[in-house]
Design a protein around this ligand. Sequence first.
Ligand SMILES: NC(=O)c1ccc[n+]([C@@H]2O[C@H](COP(=O)([O-])OP(=O)(O)OC[C@H]3O[C@@H](n4cnc5c(N)ncnc54)[C@H](OP(=O)(O)O)[C@@H]3O)[C@@H](O)[C@H]2O)c1
Length: 373
Amino acid sequence: MKKVAVFGSTGSIGRATLDIISRCREKFSVFGLVANKQKDLLNEQIHTFEPGFAVFVDEQGKDGVKKGKTTYLYGKQHLEFLATHPEVDIVVMAISGLGGLNCTIKALEAGKTVALASKEIIVCAGHLLKDKKGKILPVDSEHNAIFQILDREKNSVTEIMLTASGGPFLNYKGDLSDVTVNQVLNHPVWKMGKRITVDSATMMNKGFEVIEAFYLFGIEKENIRVLLHPQAIVHGFVRFCDGFVKAVCSIPDMRYSINYCLNYPERIDAGLPELDISSVKNLTFEELKQGLFPCFDLAREALKKDISYLTVLNAADEEAVGMFLDGRIKFDSIPVIIEKALERHHPVYLGNVSDILTLDQQVRDEIRTFVNV
Ligand SMILES: NC(=O)c1ccc[n+]([C@@H]2O[C@H](COP(=O)([O-])OP(=O)(O)OC[C@H]3O[C@@H](n4cnc5c(N)ncnc54)[C@H](OP(=O)(O)O)[C@@H]3O)[C@@H](O)[C@H]2O)c1
């Protein structure tokens, strides 16, 4: 039985992970749960899954008290302990933002398998994740698709293609400065946390995914393409030098790639609904061209520059998205703020987690001074 620690258990990916675990109770036990603000939901999860440890990051309390089978811990200083605990077989990292950065690196150094959903970690610290003892299994559906192909056949790859559903504004004819938070959060295909949903509407999410693919698969930047595919059935393609192209498809539901990661290298039927190929009548693919989505272009440009631009990109995006969700800026101001932050940046060396977190904070502080809201 594999022992799983779920970081960000109360979020969209965390809940989907627990759903898969509850479908395969004979294969997995929950060793640890970590959440931030949703303490009631975390308590419910503790009641259902009876983990060995639960970490309430945003709460204060007496550490080490045991109730039932669970030892309660409070504060982010416990994340590394859980991520590197000798009994943990697999860490599911689904904390949004950089809150899980340090413990992800520690987990990999300790030789853990990390099912990595938190794309911010790969975007900002992809260069620090390399050559560690542990293995990264990508949870993001597009990268999971590419991983499934490359894990069996790495040689003679000429390009990879990630698909993009296009978000709520793919064919939108109105003025983007007028769109509301509710419109932006109404993604046509995926139900996700708020930040990634806004990032999907601006297409920054797809820009992040190009950066992720660059670090995860070591593919040249120019050989990573993005295809608009609103049906979101095909998640990724790999083209080989002999002209063959392999694709991975599923119903758009994150539980497929989570199930793959949890069971890797086996494949297990978790009772998820089957994709009925004969009912799929229309699959369309179109190159995502430059100039359509400014955030996507900013991400691709940042990837061509010094590594430190990627931390600026992520911090500026998270800050701007937060301002939009709070009603302080309009939707179309998001790329303007990010572009300004990137323009003001002078490259710096990012040799460790602390360097990244320092730059991240500087960018946020700077944005708060130049965005007059
Ligand atoms: N959702 C998707 O379909 C999807 C797909 C691919 C990749 N991802 C990536 O996966 C990550 C999670 O996405 P999501 O959609 O699941 O986000 P979400 O629904 O917003 O959930 C975020 C989770 O992280 C926890 N959290 C936030 N800050 C924390 C901190 N400082 N310390 C500890 N826990 C913290 C939250 O706890 P509380 O809720 O208790 O505050 C929550 O459990 C993101 O990086 C996202 O880009 C998501």
